[in-house]
Design a protein around this ligand. Structure first.
Ligand code: PLP
Length: 361
């Protein structure tokens, strides 16, 4: 990292690639001779139009998005999609199915209860994922919703759950573009950008075309997928700056070899931490069963002495490893190691963990 910067293990907003930030800095005052910063440009001008089109095209390349899907750049965070989904796809009387494997899918389920007959198809224990064969899928469910990576619990799906001919919807906020995904298996994939993709302020939704155009009449205009699809995400002023940064990240990932390459790197990084926990003779503990461990968010505790966790966090801060405090609902520590976290950062944390263990065992 550049002198003075830290290894930021925040769950989001999270670390961005340094070369992307440097590019943004070069473009800040005068983007490609336009005399303007992107923040100052009309979203309807040819410059920004080019930026938006390229960002979408690069995302399509990265995820191999089929032609019958729209890519929408939205606002309001992933949380707004929790309401937009039932409003676009169900009536108040329609059944929607939710699989709850942690805090975020629970929030999505609770929001959907306001706008539909949301059914709890399966519930995890924050440590594992109930096998899709045990999910109670309603026969007339408008869709089945799940969260691919639970940011707080560190529970991640390793394959696409089979829900037969039902419309599958996934919240991929915290593992979007961290691995290749077969988009054709989904009705909708959505993600807030501020973890793996770019700055807060833009939410990306990849929506199969046949699911667009069914919003119920009372749906706020800004939540209607059709409005955004018909207007190429420019119905109103889009989050221009955030979209531009996302575009730089997509471009970088393509240059780097795409999502297979990034996924391998993410596996390697996560293995360093999980191995360190496993080889600590129980000094560190991660509650999640090995098959469901997240490559993005690694929670861990010091079960024999929870007071020592505060010391752990203080000492890591002194070494420039920040934001390792676990979520308040889980406690302990959490290392978020999104795409942009360099392997050196993960190794530095693992080395510290070993050192801290040997000094305090
Ligand atoms: N879903 C997941 C998995 C998340 O991690 C988060 C945020 O941390 C959200 C949804 C909510 O996203 P936003 O803050 O963009 O509304």
């Amino acid at each position: 990292l550049t002198q003075g910067r830290v290894y930021n293990f925040s769950a989001g907003p999270a670390i961005l690639p340094e070369d992307v930030l440097e590019q943004a800095q070069r473009d800040m005052l005068n983007w490609q001779g336009s005399g303007m910063s992107i923040m100052e440009m009309s979203h309807r001008g040819k410059e920004f139009d080019g930026i938006a089109k390229k960002a979408e095209a690069d995302l399509r390349t990265l995820l191999n998005i089929p032609a019958n899907y729209k890519v929408l750049f939205l606002q309001g965070g992933a949380s707004t999609q929790f309401a937009a989904l039932p409003l676009n796809l169900a009536s108040q009387e329609d059944v929607t199915d939710y699989v709850v494997t942690g805090a975020w899918s629970k929030k999505a389920y609770e929001e959907a209860q306001k706008y539909s007959k949301a059914n709890l198809s399966a519930k995890g224990d924050n440590k594992s994922i109930p096998s899709p064969s045990t999910w109670k899928i309603s026969k007339d469910a408008k869709y089945v919703h799940y969260c691919d990576n639970e940011t707080i619990g560190g529970v991640e799906f390793k394959s696409v759950p089979d829900v037969g001919d039902r419309v599958l919807i996934s919240d991929m906020s915290s593992n979007f573009i961290s691995k290749p995904v077969d988009v054709s298996k989904y009705g909708i994939i959505y993600a807030g950008a501020q973890k793996n993709v770019g700055p807060a302020g833009v939410t990306i939704a990849i929506v199969r075309e046949d699911l667009i155009g069914h919003a119920r009449p009372e749906t706020p205009t800004m939540l209607d997928f059709k409005i955004h699809a018909e207007n190429d995400s420019m119905y109103n002023t889009p989050p221009c700056w955030a979209m531009y940064i996302c575009g730089l990240v997509f471009e970088k990932l393509i240059k780097q070899g795409g999502l297979e390459v990034q996924h391998k790197l993410n596996e390697k990084k996560a293995k360093i931490l999980y191995d360190t926990i496993a080889n600590s003779n129980g000094f560190y503990s991660n509650p999640v069963e090995p098959a469901s461990r997240s490559l993005m968010n690694v929670p861990f505790t010091i079960p024999s002495n929870p007071d020592m966790e505060k010391t752990f966090i203080k000492e890591t801060e002194k070494l420039g490893m920040l934001q390792l405090k676990g979520h308040r609902s889980v406690g302990g520590m959490r290392a978020s190691i999104y795409n942009a976290m360099p392997i050196e950062g993960v190794q530095a944390l693992a080395d510290f963990m070993k050192d801290f263990h040997s000094k305090n065992a």
